[in-house]
Design a protein around this ligand. Structure first.
Ligand code: TRH
Length: 371
């Protein structure tokens, strides 16, 4: 059985461990790989996966051995394949053991996701170690041929279709969350970073001619929503009702995305999951210095808009820009609503095409065989 080590340094938030944990599980379940996941902070994993114990340095969940990556790194057998996620720096002692090994492990730096043009050109490029006889390869996720693809479990879309076609599964899901689902309401999930456009959005929903039901799993937006409603316990005004939810485990969060008519997401992993949910979405991109994220957002929009009519494409771009504070135009909720049927149809077709790509875990396994 091939052995892989995945190293994850948590920078902030959930995205780093969300991606590596998802990858580790898929490699184990679908590729018969023995995976050890090293993570330097177990707390975000415990939020995503309630079975994880943040106080235990060594545990096995879903067949993945999860190890706390402490400063004092133990002497361990090196793996056949080593993944350093998001350019984290793996321990010197581990690198020395790799260099001393007769058969050198395949070593990859799994990069952040971007739709920018240069990605395909950099995917799989070698990066020789400056002193040791070791070569690391870049591995870039992406949306186009020539990139590493996107994380997608083999049965994900089947499970999603089954859920979306089953009113019984949806009713059970809402009941588990303690929500009396209003069939007439337009359902929206809301996850993001602090956002100055939030009050404008909530007001537009309050003034919406038909009911809106907003599901708010715990995030940095929650205090802002609470402030908007002046803390009260019932967040209901005009045609808007907001359901405050706890932070859900990853499985239930997927179902929330599938159950809603549209989703506000952020970062990297919830963004990809919202794509696979097959519903229109709005992406709050992870903010970077010098507004580097604006280029990244527009690169994705340029791909995602392809095939969408020009008026709907303009609405989509304008709405995403406003939500990300790009430019100064107000959030055009009514225009979004008017364009929603076209955007939804387009999203479903676009994602069906995207699903023809080989998924990231499979691409990584192939690359490890050929490196
Ligand atoms: O948490 P994030 O903001 O992570 C970010 C990004 O990955 C960013 O690129 C990176 O640089 C930065 O971290 C360090 O957003 P992201 O990537 O969407 O991760 C959130 C995860 O949380 C995702 O797996 C979905 C999951 N989630 C739940 O499981 N339950 C929930 O209730 C919610 C709201 C999210």
């Amino acid at each position: 059985m091939p052995r892989w080590d995945i190293f994850c340094a948590v920078i902030d938030n959930y995205g780093d461990i969300a991606v590596t944990w998802r990858l580790a599980r898929q490699l184990t379940a679908e590729h018969g790989i023995k995976v050890r996941l090293w993570v330097d902070d177990l707390r975000p994993l415990a939020a995503l996966c309630p079975d994880a114990d943040a106080s235990t340095g060594r545990q096995t969940i879903d067949g993945v051995e999860i190890r706390l990556w402490a400063a004092d790194f133990p002497a361990v057998d090196i793996a056949d394949v080593v993944i350093e996620a998001f350019a984290c720096t793996i321990p010197d002692s581990y690198i020395a053991a790799m260099a001393a090994s007769a058969v050198k492990p395949r070593w990859f730096n799994l990069e952040y996701l971007s739709a920018e043009d240069w990605v395909a050109g950099c995917h799989r490029l070698p990066s020789p170690h400056p002193r040791l006889s070791l070569v690391k390869h870049f591995f870039f996720p992406g949306f186009t041929a020539g990139t590493g693809g996107l994380l997608r479990e083999h049965d994900l879309l089947d499970r999603r279709h089954e859920f979306q076609a089953s009113s019984a599964q949806q009713a059970e899901f809402w009941a588990q969350l303690g929500i009396a689902s209003d069939p007439a309401a337009f359902k929206i999930s809301l996850f993001g970073y602090e956002n100055p456009a939030l009050a404008e959005l909530l007001q537009a929903w309050i003034d919406n001619p038909t009911p809106i039901c907003c599901m708010l799993p715990d995030s940095r937006l929650t205090p802002q929503v609470s402030e908007f409603f002046e803390a009260g316990n019932t967040w209901q005004r005009g045609n808007l009702r907001v359901h405050r939810l706890p932070f859900l485990d990853q499985e239930r969060y997927d179902r929330l995305l599938w159950a809603c008519d549209m989703n506000f997401v952020r970062g990297e992993d919830s963004f990809v999951r919202a794509l696979w949910a097959g519903r229109p979405f709005v992406w709050h991109i992870y903010p970077q210095t010098d507004n580097a994220h604006h280029v990244k957002l527009d690169a994705f929009l340029a791909l995602y808009r392809q095939g969408l009519g020009s008026r709907s494409a303009a609405v989509l771009t304008g709405f995403w820009h406003s939500w990300n504070q790009i430019g100064t135009q107000p959030l055009a909720w009514q225009a979004w609503q008017a364009a929603y049927p076209q955007i939804r149809q387009h999203h479903e077709a676009w994602v069906s095409e995207l699903a023809k790509q080989t998924d990231l875990a499979t691409n990584l396994v192939k690359a490890a065989c050929n490196a």
